[in-house]
Design a protein around this ligand. Structure first.
Ligand code: ZN
Length: 198
């Protein structure tokens, strides 16, 4: 039996399809949105559309940005010979917040996961290899310490080894299965300082 109108059902369905939102939250959000003033709803809808239209991948590091080249990559004071590989833009933001890392990044947008059917071709690995010119001195692998993160780290290490470029892995001060974005800055810096060559 349909309890709500078709429009409300459709809205609930769309919201429930978002990550981390169950059907109860979707219902609550849907009714909240319906009860919001029209101008606020318009603003929210437009913000979503504009973000989607204007946010793109940085041409160098593939983080999400409004510009062709992101602020980190276009900063000549950063050490472009040191590339830290992270799983997503949120992880990059976590390291940027510490204010201590001076190199640049490479954002994979995921991790290898045989269980979820995500192979090396589905993340930005080919793009990483294309960035490895002679002047790159170190690649720091800062993927999460989950099974997927470790698998990806091993894969990257094997891929880069033949080039002779130094490959390091951040120390495992980071709790196993922990998402980088939830870890405090001190732990992040300790993990970075304690990185070891692999
Ligand atoms: Zn960039």
């Amino acid at each position: 039996m349909d309890l709500y109108s078709g429009h409300i059902n459709k809205l609930i369905e769309e919201l429930a399809a978002l990550p981390g939102i169950g059907s109860k939250s979707a219902q609550r959000l849907a009714f909240h949105l319906i009860n919001m003033p029209q101008d606020k709803v318009n603003r929210l809808a437009n913000t979503i559309i504009e973000a989607k239209q204007n946010v793109r991948y940085c041409k160098e590091c593939y983080t999400l940005t409004d510009r062709e080249i992101c602020p980190v990559c276009s900063n000549s004071k950063r050490n472009h010979r040191m590339i830290m590989v992270v799983e997503n833009t949120r992880d990059l933001a976590a390291y940027e917040k510490t204010g201590r890392y001076e190199g640049v990044y490479h954002v994979l947008h995921g991790a290898i996961s045989p269980m979820l059917g995500i192979g090396p071709g589905e993340i930005k690995l080919k793009e990483l290899i294309e960035r490895l010119h002679d002047d790159v001195e170190e690649v720091i692998i800062a993927t999460n310490s989950s099974l997927e993160g470790e698998t990806t780290a091993m894969y990257i290490s094997k891929m880069i080894k033949p080039t002779g470029i130094k490959v390091t892995r951040i120390a495992s001060g980071v709790p196993v299965g922990g998402d980088l974005e939830y870890i405090d800055e001190v732990t992040l810096l300790r993990a970075l300082d304690g990185r070891i060559e692999i």
